[in-house]
Every structure is written in C-alpha cells, then in structure tokens.
Design a protein around this ligand. Sequence first.
Ligand code: ARG
Length: 589
Amino acid sequence: MKKILDIITEEVTKAFASCGYDEAYGRVTLSNRPDLCEYQCNGALQAAKEYKKAPFMIADEVADKLKENKMFSSVESVKPGFLNLKAEEHFLADYLNEMREDGERFGCDKTKEQKTVMIDYGGPNVAKPLHVGHLRSAIIGESIKRMGRFMGHNMIGDVHLGDWGLQMGLIITELRQRQPELVYFDENYAGEYPKEPPFTIAQLEEIYPTASSKSKEDEAYKEAAMEATYELQQGRAGYQALLSHILNVSVTDLKKNYENLNVSFDLWKGESDAQPFIPDMVEKMKAEGYAYISEGALVVDVKEEGDTKEIPPCMILKSDGASLYNTTDLATIVWRMRDYHPHEIIYVVDKRQELYFTQVFRCAKKTGLVEPDTKLKFLGFGTMNGKDGKPFKTREGGVMRLETLVSEINQEMYKKIRENNTMEEEEAKETARIVALSAIKYGDLSNQASKDYIFDVERFTSFEGNTGPYILYTIVRIKSILAKYKASGKKAEDTKIRPAGGDSEKSLMLEISKFNSAMENAFEEIAPHKICAYIYDLANAFNRFYHETKILTEEDENVQAGYICLLELTKGILEKCIDILGFSAPERM
Ligand code: ARG
C-alpha cells in the first residue's frame, strides 16, 4: 500500500504542476506544528527563487487549486509561503480500512528487492556464563532480524559462539587436575569416548573461573593451559571429545537462556567452525601479495586515503603462526560467502570493537573475500550502565549474570502484579515473566543502539511513561474492551472504521496511518528505537482517545462498531510491533 504521505504528495505535486510550477516542489512532510496542521509543504518557499515570485503568491495559487480536493478538510496558505494541510476524515478512514483489509501486514508491503542478510549477534562465549554485556547484542540483533523478515528479506541469524581459545585449554587443564583418571587424558586410549559429559553446566561454570584465576597466579598452570589449547587445536582426540562435551553442555544451557529471552538463532556456528578455512585463506592472501611479514607477524595493510586516524594493519597470523580473533572473523566471512552468499552481513557487537571491525572489513574487501558490493556493516552498541553511570553490576559489585538480572526483574514485576491483581499464583508468575521481558527489551531498544544507557529498574518496570509495561498495559486495555464488547453479544465484523468524530479519534487515526512508513524507515536505518518511538506515540494517542470516549456505553451501535474496528486495528499494529521487537503481551496484568 502506498504511504499516506506519498498519496498526499502526489496530489500537491499535481497542484503545483497545474499552476505551472515544477512538480518537485510539491513534497509534503508531517507537520512540525501539529497544533496548526497535520501535513505541510514548504515548496513555495523554494520555488520562489526559480520563478522570481513572492512565495506566498505561489502558495496562494496552489492552495486555491487544492481547496476543491476531497483529500483535504483544510488547506491554508500561510505567510511567508507555507502550505498547511489537514486530511479529510473520509479519506483517512478509507486509508485505515484499506490497512485493515491487508491482514497481518497492515498496509506495509514486502520489499521488491529481497536481500539475503546475515546477522552476527549474541556472541556468547562457551563455558563462560552470559553476562549483561551479551544481553544487548541478543536483544538488538533479534529485533533487527525480525524487522528484516517482516520487510521480506531473507534474514539469517548466526550466534557466532566464542568457542576457540584459551578458555578451552583452561577447562581441560583444571579437569585434568581434578580427575586425571578420565579416559580423555589417556593418550593411548583408542576406544570410544563416553557419551555422557564428565560435568554438569553448574560444574562447568565453576571450573572456568577457577581455572582462569589460577592461571593468573600460577605461571606453570598457564603454560599447561596454553599447551592444552595448542594440542586441542592440533586435533588431540581426547581433547576434541572434551570440546564436544563442553560445547553440548554449554549450548544446551545457552539455548535455554536465549529461549527465555525470546531470542533464537538459525545457525549455531562458532569460531571453531571457521578454523578449517584458515590455511587456504592465508595462502591466497600471501600468493596475491596482500599479506606480508612485519616484525615476524603476517599482516595486511588496511590504511586508506583520507583516513583521519591511524588504522593499523590487520594481523592475520602471530609470529608463532597462531591464528587470532581477526583470522577467525575473516575465515568466518569465507564460509558465509561460500554457503549463503549474503548481500550484507551485519555485526551487532559492543562499539568498543569498532576499530577492530574496520580492519576486518577493509581486509575482507581488499583481499576479495567478499564482492565489491557486499555490505559489511558494524552496528556497535553502547554500554548498559547502572544508576551510578558505571557498567551494570550486582549489589556486591560483581559482574551481573544475565540470569540474575532477569530473575530480579521478574520478582519486581511479580510483586507489582500481585499488588494490582487477584490472579492465581501461576498466572501471576507467567504474567510477571512476560511483562518483565518487555521492561528489559523495551528499556534497551528504545534507546539508540550506539548510545550508553542507564538500566533503571524502577523506571523500566513502571506501567507509566515510555516503557515496555506501558505498551503492554495499553494492549491489555484494548483486549479487555474488545472482550466486554464481544460478551455483550454484539459483533463489529461487517462494519468499518468511520470518519473521525473528534480530535482524539483523528489523532489516533493519523498515528495508525504512519505504520508502513515507520516500519520501512526503521529497517532502512537499522533502528529498532524508531519502532519504539512509533508505538509510544500510538499508545499515547490511543489512551487519549480512550479517556475522552465512552466506547462501551456508546448508544449509537454503528458508531460503537466503528470504534471497535479502530481498536482492533490499533491492537493488531501494537502487537505486530512488539513481536518485531521480540516480546509479547499477556491477557491481563
Ligand atoms: N564473543 C565475543 C565477545 O564476547 C563477541 C563476538 C562478536 N562477533 C564477532 N564476529 N566477532 O566479546
């Protein structure tokens, strides 16, 4: 469906043309003085120069033309040369009814140029607990994936596990000290390895930090861990078997955690999956003259003309021949291109890694790992801080684990819901979980991703203001009205939305009509916060309408049925948007 602004622009364009002016001057925007009008066109001010006429004269002529137009209830030419417009109520109602007829898409067309877009997000590290730093990547990445899907793109989400590094050697070393008798450590063992892992997730999560702190104090221990890492990477069978246990146990736990966040990945690939692609890639970079030895290491220059700051070379192999985080990211691009041939890869990673990704992207372009028009995009996010403005911590000052954060917000929500409601314990718990997730996700997504933000538990969990719970509260309110209407035995199925009868109803309708343009724009700019801003405005417009209108006691059944249609559309759009943001609404709260 055409965007409402485009439809209006077309009319104004025609009017400019029929008055003898270039139609390019007819561009209409939303009004920045909503107290005066709904839409505006400033074209006459620009046309004045070309036609050497006073702008208000041009505006007057165009306004005269538009006065007969059925699309507008008011057209005003305002000095020095603005055109102030208001949509005609029937036109607006027709537009909304067409949106309703478009089912689940609400008038937002799928793209005509479908792209394959991979998104690299989540990025948890195996065997290390998820902490709040990983939360942002998961929340933002998931919503971008859903936005893209809604727009009709082929979105492929990859978790890109951190499963290739010293942490594996550390775990193996610690395990070996504790249980040297395990077959995994017997180099002469030739049988099959046990199917059952030699540890639980809880043990694994204790083993890693213990090993990590030991290695910081004990040089020999660290050596052993490095040696184990090396042997693992060289393919030592017992260690490989342990690696798959670590992976299995860890991934099962990660999946559970992500599921609780309503986050899911199409691919569960990790850094280790990139390793087989390294040798050929390195050979090619050398053979084609891109990579050279500098101070013992193999590097590729990635400086470019016009750089305002120093961009150091991208290191491909360390002087001992070991691969690095870079090498893995480059080799990951190799298999992504080979298997999926994406038009674009988006990386949702902490913004402190920006320089690093600049190097990786330039290196990939320069050495031909991707095509010249493949887009590599870094979406860096800021830090989630506590109220003190410092990175979010536990009360004791430690690193906040994701599970802890989620369960604290759940409890907070549970208390609130219990205070407000007479629900059974089970329902209250489930409702608290749903509402808490909206508080966490909306709290995050409503900020521009690149900015740091303060995770303010009290504010985020509030039912009022620009919060997830407020949006859910609005949806629940609509659900409750619709349920009561239905219970009264009435039906609004064959009716339509009627031309607005008052101010607040019209404001609501105007907000609704922006849906397709808001969605398109949010995806183009990869900006979930724009969807949040849209639904916040929509929810506010609805609540104002609700407070000013007697919906259930309206005596004129036709008028009432029209309201019901409007409510259904509002609810449908709000629900679609929160689904794209990655959360849902309860039945009541
Ligand atoms: N595992 C990394 C971390 O915890 C994030 C991975 C980001 N993605 C990437 N392709 N490097 O910091």
